[in-house]
Design a protein around this ligand. Structure first.
Ligand SMILES: Cc1cc2nc3c(=O)[nH]c(=O)nc-3n(C[C@H](O)[C@H](O)[C@H](O)COP(=O)(O)OP(=O)(O)OC[C@H]3O[C@@H](n4cnc5c(N)ncnc54)[C@H](O)[C@@H]3O)c2cc1C
Ligand code: SF4
Length: 335
């Protein structure tokens, strides 16, 4: 499948990048590592007149620990750099673990954290060639007006399938978003719409420039568990991130705070509401971990957007959450 024709723009600074984004808004797309955008353009899912190649914007790369204990990550930082960062592994291990599960080493060398956060939602009826989609009469997400997954509905249920966002949600990460009018900062939790088609709250003239990990989320132990058909390459079909801090005084061995994030079972990655309340102040045992698994399974709504059945994917969210809570408690015990 060939790429459609486009004009390539190569800015060197954030200012140079946001200017054409404003000028050609709606007819320009941002390219970071290109590992998702280029295959999608080959499938004619996007045919912009301009492609804005960010790779020359050096200021958008790098992992920068701050004096207050927080960390800033440039949106262009590769997943490989995140996976290999000693600082992140020490203070935000759930993020390095999640990054290390994305695709394969080659794709992690190219793929960026910004691209992973901004990843388009996926569906078996959408991530196909133009000929294939045309043969099926298209669908709501592009060029059509019906949903093959939930016929009769008016909503697209394409699933968010990035691995790092559930980890970043557990860490209360924030994003810096830039446009020609300046910058704004948003909590990652408020970045996604929950809709399969317009899945993120980013205007066509805006760019994600930085990711902030707060000092208050540092030193939580964390684990990430992912369901996929093959042990490498595949997108998650269900994913669970868990972070946990144990009491340092008082009830030793009890959970002081914990958060659970899930991915690949809804149109947005989600924090599991009530997880902290359920786990805080208690010692983790099998029954408590099982209750956490049940809570996570309740908020996922997998449909037939992906390989493997919705029932199996929901069940694996329950099982992985239970295992991840037990593993995080075990890790926390040894730190
Ligand atoms: C075979 C294969 C397997 C894969 N497996 C996985 C997997 O297991 N887990 C997973 O999470 N992903 C997977 N991916 C998807 C992809 O490789 C990663 O999500 C990667 O992190 C995307 O980053 P990128 O820099 O390449 O994004 P790009 O392809 O450059 O961009 C992705 C999207 O984000 C937008 N974008 C990128 N950067 C910015 C920015 N700074 N501001 C605003 N918008 C931006 C682009 O316009 C585009 O819409 C897979 C891809 C392939 C081809
Ligand atoms: S969920 Fe429905 S509308 Fe969305 S991409 Fe799939 S088939 Fe299309």
């Amino acid at each position: 499948m060939s790429l459609p024709q486009f004009k390539l723009l190569r800015p060197r600074t954030v200012e140079e990048a946001v200017s054409p984004l404003g000028d050609y808004a709606g007819n320009i797309l941002v390219l970071a590592g290109g590992t998702d955008l280029i295959p999608s353009m080959r499938q004619k899912l996007f045919e912009p007149e301009y492609v804005l190649d960010l790779r020359g914007v050096a200021a958008m790369r790098g992992i920068r620990p701050q004096p207050d204990g927080s960390v800033e990550i440039g949106a262009l930082t590769t997943l490989r750099a995140i996976e290999r960062s000693d600082c992140l592994r020490q203070h935000y291990p759930v993020l390095t673990e999640a990054a290390a599960t994305v695709a394969s080493p080659v794709l992690r060398n190219m793929g960026t954290i910004g691209g992973n956060i901004c990843l388009d939602t996926r569906c078996l009826w959408y991530n196909q060639s133009l000929t294939w989609r045309k043969g099926c009469g298209f669908c709501i997400k592009k060029d059509g007006d019906l949903c093959h997954v939930a016929p009769g509905g008016t909503k697209c249920w394409a699933v968010f399938s990035g691995d790092t966002p559930p980890a970043l949600l557990c860490l209360n990460a924030e994003l810096e978003i830039a446009s020609a009018r300046g910058t704004r900062r948003v909590a990652l939790q408020d970045f996604y719409t929950g809709l399969g088609e317009n899945y993120r709250k980013l205007q066509p003239n805006e760019l994600v420039t930085r990711v902030f990990l707060p000092a208050s989320a540092a030193d939580y132990r964390g684990v990430y568990r992912k369901l996929r058909v093959r042990g490498s390459i595949d997108y998650p079909l269900a994913g669970v991130a868990v972070v946990m801090k144990r009491s340092s005084n008082g009830k030793s061995g009890h959970v002081a705070d914990a958060r659970i994030g899930i991915t690949a079972v809804n149109p947005a990655p989600l924090l599991v509401k009530g997880a902290s309340e359920l786990l805080a102040g208690k010692a983790v045992d099998d029954a408590l971990a099982e209750a956490a698994g049940n809570l996570a399974a309740k908020i996922c709504k997998p449909l037939t957007t992906s390989a493997l059945t919705p029932e199996y994917r929901r069940e694996m969210i329950r099982v992985f959450t239970k295992r991840a809570v037990l593993a995080a408690a075990h890790t926390a015990d040894h730190n």
